[in-house]
Design a protein around this ligand. Structure first.
Ligand code: DQA
Length: 145
């Protein structure tokens, strides 16, 4: 199966960006671990980080054409703003899991609302980079069922 990981704006700065909130792992390190886990399970992992809403929307559209089976997404700041990215995921109807490094519910009130959570298969937040691995494990188990 093929799994797509999408990372929203500013996540290219992981490792140097507010490490007390987002941890010390770089995005490259996170993606490499996820790719290895998927490969060991006999699956294929694709990933994209973008600071541009339109690029993420178009990547979701392409995912349907490519037959992507499952999406893991950290929409980052677009979590709280992007009806367009939400609509793209609804349109392609590919199951997705929402991931946040930080516990958004313990932060500013504007981070408490997500445009994605009610459509997501599941939501993981507050567990740092490990959250992506847990989401991938869940996705792999669902794909095997
Ligand atoms: C984030 C939480 C968002 O509120 C924030 O805008 C981010 C990252 C997280 O992973 O904790 O950029 O999605």
């Amino acid at each position: 199966a093929s799994i797509l990981v999408l990372h929203g704006p500013n996540l290219n700065l992981l490792g140097e960006r507010e490490p007390s909130v987002y941890g010390h792992d770089t995005l490259e390190a996170i993606d490499a671990r996820l790719a290895a886990i998927a490969r060991d399970a006999g699956h294929h992992l694709l990933s994209l980080q973008s600071n541009a809403e339109s690029e993420l929307v178009e990547r979701v559209h392409d995912a349907r054409r490519e037959g992507v089976d499952c999406i893991l997404i950290n929409p980052a700041a677009f979590t709280h703003t992007s009806v367009a990215l939400r609509d793209a995921l609804a349109a392609v109807a590919i199951p997705f899991i929402e991931v946040h490094l930080s516990n958004v519910h313990a932060r500013e009130p504007f981070r408490h609302h997500s445009y994605f959570s009610d459509l997501a298969r599941g939501v993981i937040c507050g567990l740092g980079a490990q959250g992506y691995e847990l989401a991938l494990q869940a996705a792999l188990r669902q794909l095997n069922n």
